[in-house]
Design a protein around this ligand. Sequence first.
Ligand code: EPZ
Length: 424
Amino acid sequence: MDMLKITGGTPLYGIVPISGSKNATLPAMCATLLTNEPVTLENVPWLSDTQFMGKILANLGTNCAKDMENADKYTYHTQVITNSVAPYDLVRQMRASYYVLGPLLARNGAATVSMPGGCVIGARPVDMHVDSLKQMGADINIQNGYIVANAEHGLHGAELNFKTPSVGATCNVLMAATLANGQTIINNAAREPEIVDLANMLNSMGAKVSGAGESVVQIEGVKKLTGTTHKIIADRIEAGSYAVAAAITRGKLELKNADAGTLGLPLDILHKSGVDIQSTQNTIVVDARGRELKGQDIITAGYPGFPTDLQAQFMALMTTAKGDSTITENIFENRLMHAPELMRMGAHIDKNTPNSAVVQGVEKLDGCIVTASDLRAGFALVLMGLAAQGDTFVRHLYHLERGYVDLVGKLSNVDAKISRVKEK
Ligand code: EPZ
């Protein structure tokens, strides 16, 4: 198995091109099931997760074609849904596969989707998805680890009250409601930019979605959706991850094709810590050269709060800042398990409650062999390696390949000493 070798201590300098958003692409790919016409997506990131979603769709009858000229352009065409089962051996490998539930039900009136199961960061239940679709008229049974759903007379609109602003449940319901009979209202909907991007794509297919990005979203069902061409938004989590790379190495990076408007709070916190941030419409310049950073508290919340997907990266940064920083994780029940790996590199972290930790900045971090437990914790370990003295080896590279396009190439191009090596 491959791992990353990083020799730390070099301030990063240069330009990092930001790719399309993984978390906007995955629901957008599922939305292509809602029509029998071809749908083209542009700015699709080449990741193991997006490639895997392509397998899931192909298994349902979708023809996926990569554009010959543009590497990030794909056309998905599901003339007929030939199979409405998303099997366990596929879904268990990528949880977001269950985003096909809503579109399959809306288009085909039937769906059998394996329960996605939890992951290291938490149990990640799907009760809100199931309850919402039941309120929209679906007959759903959980049997043998599968969600078996039927809506032979179609779905109907409903007023749904979310107990928590779930991104996935908002996506699934949004897609299902576009073809339901009547109006659906989602109260306490997730407000992430990826939801807005999905709504924009659905509306370009003839859907009638209003209020996306706010807590109350309304969808008027229509009879049919058409094909479209939709450009995926920039990946705000990738951009935020590289912004931290500039800060933790005390370097300067220009993030190209990045949207500062989707990174409000993280950029504010970087600025408060002492980093200089300059942004234009599609670039963010992060300059931490020669600066001593001050610790900042981080409390994760649904958008526009601090994104849980940047928590691990900011924890890594705070290990090198002066003073104490309290990191509180409110979204997932087990998303602080990168802390012990950071401590092996010399970080001072005190896990004072089940969902919070106090980080005391240190002068020096030591490179060593560490293991990535999930996608974002993996990037946090890369950040620590970039800042540490000596060599760091990050194991379980496959986690990183799920969500970061050409990580080694992008970092090497801005002076990082990083390479893939075989695990000893
Ligand atoms: C999406 O996951 C993202 N994944 C996650 O990114 C992200 O961390 C998360 O949203 C929160 O922003 C994709 O977009 C593919 P949720 P999702 O439903 O939809 C609870 C990454 O690193 N909940 O918003 O699964 C749940 O337990 C990944 O790119 C229920 O209780 O997250 C959690 O505590 C990691 N019942 C909270 O809601 C439900 O039915 C938020 O989860 C659904 C969710």
